[in-house]
Write a protein that binds this ligand. Sequence first.
Ligand SMILES: [Fe+2]
Ligand SMILES: [Fe+2]
Length: 302
Amino acid sequence: MTGNNAWIWRAAHPKLSGVKRPMQANILFQNDEHMVLTFTDLVTGEGIQSNQMVIVQEGHSAIFDPGGDLTYMPLSMAVAKYVKIKDIDYVIASHQDPDIISSLDKWLMYSDAKIVVSRLWERFVPHLVPGYMKEKAEGRMVAIPDQGMYIPMGHSVIKAIPAHFLHSVGNFHFYDPISKILFSGDVGASMVDKHPERPVQDFDRHIPKMQDFHERYMVSNKVCRLWAKMVRKMDVEIIVPQHGRPFQGKAMIGKFLDWFETLECGIDKLTPYHYRVPQSHREKINEENEEKENPLPLLSSV
Ligand SMILES: [Fe+2]
Ligand SMILES: [Fe+2]
């Protein structure tokens, strides 16, 4: 931590009228002109806990993985404390999932933001928008090529970092070179009961909160290794996943990379057992008897 730069964990509770519960903005980094925020408590009800990240720099701003209808209203109200919704430069999606970008219609309607997503999803995500709004999307989609790109913002950039098949076929993570924060989408996601805003303290105790999700949602160990090798060459101070707790500091990030690059997951764990035509009751009983004699491994479930 040097000069004016500061990696900090500070919670701000905007008191916005009409909001039933406090919306906590976690300020991860702040200097005179640059701020990185996350929101961790905006999804309520059945939806999976999700983190949304926001970068604000001298009148410019970007929102990462804003989520779906469940989050649009509380997120837009919370973000409005820092930047006018109309003025947001970018709504950036790591991939195409519903918890990532299904609020697209709202962002198109209420902001002038460009929508940034993998070129593989550029022509699919507009399906999230009702027909009468099609023209709102015209000229506003920015397709990220497979090799990634620099996204200009203010006097800096946001780097779109390839993360294909982790888990989506066209998938990117986003690196802010000023704060040295890497927003890692579903990589590093954890299912925690409380305080998703707090950095991981005890890595070994945190593993069970990540294991099943990564074993099922990440495609293979090969891509985990390729990604980890790339990230080791980067200067990262905090990894912020889209679900659960962040990893802060080189030592903790190193532990995460060590775990991730040895993870057996996705297709590594598949066998012919996972590709069988569903059976009748009688066939099932026969097979269960067979399995008792010859047990086969199951895919982990989330
Ligand atoms: Fe996802
Ligand atoms: Fe997700």
